[in-house]
Write a protein that binds this ligand. Structure first.
Ligand SMILES: Cc1cc2nc3c(=O)[nH]c(=O)nc-3n(C[C@H](O)[C@H](O)[C@H](O)COP(=O)(O)OP(=O)(O)OC[C@H]3O[C@@H](n4cnc5c(N)ncnc54)[C@H](O)[C@@H]3O)c2cc1C
Length: 430
């Protein structure tokens, strides 16, 4: 019997250290620093670098990676337990060297990069000496790569890239961008595009503007224009026409890691909601004594625990099969569920807090907005649900009879025939 819901005591010690360290040292950074990706900012250098060193000294740096790449090779289940802690804070992932989108970009560089590409881009990325950007979505459509038009053409020993990309997160801080571009327009969509490594200081790379959320004047999701951007031939990442294969490797890991961190956020919101419920009084009793508040708390906990088990089982399956494609349905389902769980629990937490809950002095409204972020980034929920349903339906065969194979009169007739002999001399007592 192999089901097990316990953490090894030794690893639990590491988690306990992390939990305390993140609460004491990392969470306060969220209140005094800007973007975790602004790694050359002197304020970030002064406060983040010493904490990163402590994490390295503990052997907990870049835990998403195997030992060959300087990580611990803990696997996805342990990573899920760690990310649950890191997800509470904006700076947690950077302090522990496992922040998106650099994790996914590192993963594809490790899988598909040449030795020269690894030296130039992967090594400094893993050390957080630089940060990176994944530039795929275009202004005319993100969920349908069939409409992408950014193109790369070979001219002698160089690729020349022209086009526009939209919501290229962190491009403003990145040293290089991984760009998906059409190289073979006459081929089917899945074979039409290739992936390129583009250093950001290459002439022709222009950030048109940095788009923000809601009322944010300037954000970190770049609208990028590529005009006659020339990169050497060897900046192709993976094989020509295999951009989808490359992207799948990064997106599988990226999606489940987002879910792990989302769990951390959800738990934090849940704790806040409970503290408020046992603290605030109205009409002579605590909020937590009121049944409609109790229902909100019970529903939130049930939803959170269901999601947690689903994330952990998916992580366990990735460890077991060591192939994201084999766990694609589970990852897609987790991705589709994640925004809903965050939205529902952030909304309940906001509401239980009343007016202060909706104010900018509390994190709830921001987290409701973040739930839409989780729903859209790495593909909208609808697209993931289609993946889940398609894969599930593949396991079923059509019934060729007029009535369903489970039609009760048919089942009854079959059962009567099966047991006829055994029941022959027994009185009918039904
Ligand atoms: C916070 C954030 C960060 C992001 N970071 C990056 C990044 O770093 N790099 C990058 O390349 N992209 C990034 N994106 C872009 C993201 O991948 C796209 O937003 C996403 O793929 C959807 O594309 P779109 O925005 O063009 O919406 P559209 O493709 O126009 O879709 C809009 C809506 O249409 C519906 N829809 C779309 N397709 C279907 C379908 N097949 N079936 C049913 N309904 C459908 C859904 O409701 C969807 O939300 C980011 C997005 C966000 C919000």
């Amino acid at each position: 019997m192999a089901w097990d819901f316990e953490t090894d005591p030794e690893f639990q010690d590491a988690l306990d250290w992390m939990d305390d360290f993140v609460r004491r040292e990392v969470e306060p950074l969220d209140h005094v620093l800007g973007s975790p990706y602004d790694i050359t900012n002197p304020r970030n250098i002064a406060l983040v670098r010493p904490l990163q060193q402590q994490v390295k000294d503990r052997g907990l740096w870049a835990c998403h990676l195997g030992p060959d790449l300087g990580g611990q090779g803990f696997g996805q289940v342990k990573l899920a337990l760690m990310n649950e802690i890191l997800g509470r804070t904006r700076f947690g992932p950077v302090v522990f060297g496992c922040q998106a989108p650099d994790t996914g970009n590192a993963e594809i560089l490790a899988h598909f990069g040449t030795p020269a590409q690894k030296k130039a881009f992967l090594e400094p990325l893993l050390a957080n000496e630089i940060v990176s950007c994944f530039s795929m979505t275009e202004p005319q459509g993100g969920a349908d790569p069939g409409v992408f038009t950014t193109k790369a053409e070979l001219d002698g020993d160089e690729w020349v890239i022209n086009g526009e990309k939209w919501f290229s997160s962190n491009a403003r801080w990145a040293s290089f961008l991984i760009v998906m571009a059409v190289t073979d327009p006459d081929r089917p969509t899945v074979d039409r595009m290739s992936m390129f490594i583009v250093p950001k200081d290459t002439p022709g790379v222009e950030i048109v503007r940095n788009v923000g959320f809601a009322t944010e004047k300037e954000g970190s999701h770049a609208y990028v224009r590529y005009t006659d951007v020339r990169v050497p031939k060897d900046h192709l990442l993976g094989r020509r026409g295999e951009a989808f294969k490359v992207a799948q490797v990064r997106l599988g890991g990226g999606r489940i890691h987002h879910a792990m961190r989302t769990l951390g956020r959800v738990k934090m919101l849940f704790d806040m909601m409970c503290e408020r419920a046992v603290s605030r009084e109205t009409k002579g009793e605590k909020l937590g004594d009121k049944q409609m508040v109790q229902e909100k708390i019970a529903d939130a906990w049930i939803q959170m625990e269901q999601f947690r088990l689903f994330v952990l089982r998916t992580a366990w399956r990735i460890d077991r099969y060591k192939d994201y494609m084999q766990v694609r349905k589970d990852i897609a389902a987790v991705k589709a569920e994640m925004p809903k769980v965050l939205h529902d629990i952030a909304t309940r937490a906001l509401y239980i807090h009343g007016s202060i809950g909706i104010s900018s002095e509390m994190p709830f409204a921001d987290q409701v907005l973040q739930s839409f972020h989780m729903g859209l980034a790495d593909g909208p929920s609808e697209v993931h649900k289609v993946t889940v349903a398609r894969q599930l339906l593949r396991g079923y065969s059509p019934s060729n009879t007029l009535f369903p194979s489970y039609h009760v009169p048919k089942l009854q007739a079959e059962a009567e025939e099966k047991f006829a002999e055994a029941l022959e001399h027994i009185d009918d007592v039904i």
